[in-house]
Ligand binder design. Structure first.
Ligand code: DX5
Ligand code: ZN
Length: 221
């Protein structure tokens, strides 16, 4: 293991949606590094969450980077709206549209950090042609669409291989892992090479009084 500081990106998918602004402020105060926002369209994934209006409404509740995970198809038409709403990082799935290279270029042209997301069934090779255009690779350790799913062990060798490929670029590309992350799986994905952990259930369980302890437990693990 090396000494890269691992970032925690709590997913607000597990927050109380009736009090979302206060939830974002509370998880920020509890020590979140990034705020992970899961955007779902009932088309690319079988669930429906939030759009740019909600990101804009949440923006005043935290100065931390908003890490917006787009599970929408097509993504292109929404990229600008999310950028204007206050997203700092915008990540897209290669399957979400025919022009991944162009989409990533658009995100970068808007002055935002660009990410590619790999589903459990997506070959790692999907990221190769665009590695020079990304600031982040997000490895799904569940199939996207829902929080609270069980961690897929098959993510571990994929993370290790991506760590090798990212290191060979010499560029500071973040390697983020999303799905089923808790005190047991977190240390294992970090040992495999992850630099950012998304955690929904493990961050927000127990309500606001528990957030600091939840994040400290993840960090300590
Ligand atoms: C799944 C989302 C995840 C999810 C993680 O489609 O991308 O960010 O909220 O939730 P947990 O941590 O509960 O697995
Ligand atoms: Zn996510």
């Amino acid at each position: 293991m090396d000494s890269r500081p691992v970032k925690l990106a709590p997913s607000i998918l597990a927050a109380d949606f009736a009090r979302l602004g206060e939830e974002v402020a509370a998880i920020d105060a509890a020590g979140a590094d990034w705020i992970h926002v899961d955007v779902m369209d009932n088309h690319f994934v079988p669930n429906l969450t939030v759009g740019p209006m909600v990101v804009k409404a949440l923006r005043p509740f935290s100065a931390k980077p908003f890490d917006v995970h787009l599970m929408v198809s097509p993504a292109d038409a929404l990229v600008e709206a999310f950028a204007e709403a206050g997203a700092d990082i915008l990540s897209v799935h290669p399957e979400a549209g025919p022009h991944l290279h162009r989409t990533l270029g658009r995100i970068r042209a808007l002055g935002k950090r660009a990410g590619v997301v790999l589903n459990p069934g997506t070959p790692l090779a999907a990221v190769e042609p665009v590695l020079d255009l990304v600031d982040l690779v997000l490895v799904m350790s569940v199939n996207p669409g829902f929080g609270g799913q069980a961690f897929l062990e098959s993510a571990l060798p994929r993370i290790a291989e991506l760590r090798r490929r990212i290191d060979s670029t010499g560029r500071p590309i973040e390697l983020e892992v999303d799905g089923g992350i808790d005190q047991e799986t977190g240390p294992r994905v970090v040992a495999a090479g992850a630099s950012v952990l998304v955690a929904g259930t493990a961050s927000f369980r127990g309500g606001p009084g528990a957030y600091r302890a939840n994040l400290e437990a993840l960090r300590a693990a």
